[in-house]
Design a binder for this molecule. Sequence first.
Ligand code: C2E
Ligand code: MG
Ligand code: MG
Ligand code: MG
Length: 291
Amino acid sequence: RAKAGGRGRVEVFDESLRRQLHDRAQLEQAIRDGLPAGEFVLYYQPVVDMTTAALQGYEALLRWERPGRGLVMPDAFIPTAEQSTLICHLGRWVLDEATREFAHWLEEGEIGAEDDLTVAVNISGRHLASASIVADVKNALLAANLRPERLVLEITETVLLDEPAAAPHLRALRELGVRISIDDFGTGYTSIGQLQYLNADTLKIDKSLVASSRPGAVELVELVVRAAHAFGLNVIAEGVERQDQVPALQRVGCDSAQGYLFSRPQATMGAHPSAADPQLSPASSLNDPVP
Ligand code: C2E
Ligand code: MG
Ligand code: MG
Ligand code: MG
């Protein structure tokens, strides 16, 4: 009896594992086919100055227009892509597309070339550790005819612990003049003291910390900002959704902000609603949907 039950359990386990592997293989294949088919698009979200709300740049965020499934968000396919070198193919496409679109947008002349606007791209640890990353970045910059200073690579704080091979690549990229931004700070295990060793230009404080109303949360953000500044890092608050968050973030010295309050990620650059008056935000079908 016990034996039969045990075998039953094994079969159930086998069945669900088989199903999982099957689903993953299918998703992988769909991504692989979708890339040359033009199913992937970039949305752009403005980063603004915390005190003047002036535009400072954009973050490129990947979306998948999967036939029959609508707009698929990155959390639904990036983790699967990260299980193989597929993430490097996606990453190369994002680098090429973001720099090309940004350079095109600069050439349109909507803003002066003297404005120091940047475009930020998220890079997976696996891609950063791969032998091709430096060439991938160089190629994208060359093809778009974009100065390295215009490009920001966003990496999560745990990448350097998880992917030791990424460290020399990061140094080479910084030597090129590309800027490095530490994403989602406050969700991993990096201590404030470790900020001094981060080879980076910018620190992005994660929205979970920015939005926290727990006692001490504001003081913690202030501590992070002060340490970051002491080590020469600029600080961006992520996920700013409400006007009432702004005074506190200004008070603790956050340099920049990003979030729905200013603009949702949208399919184009340039036409973002006035950051100074988020109330003017137009409802557009090309914006990320309002939940
Ligand atoms: P992330 O890099 O931290 O990007 C910020 C995420 O927060 C985006 O979600 C953005 O749409 C969302 N967000 C922005 N403002 C607000 C706000 O005010 N409130 C809330 N609740 N959310 C806000 P998204 O686009 O779904 O991307 C999720 C994550 O997927 C990104 O987090 C990034 O880690 C990853 N990702 C996106 N695009 C790429 C890519 O091209 N390559 C790689 N490797 N990862 C990507
Ligand atoms: Mg990011
Ligand atoms: Mg983030
Ligand atoms: Mg994130």
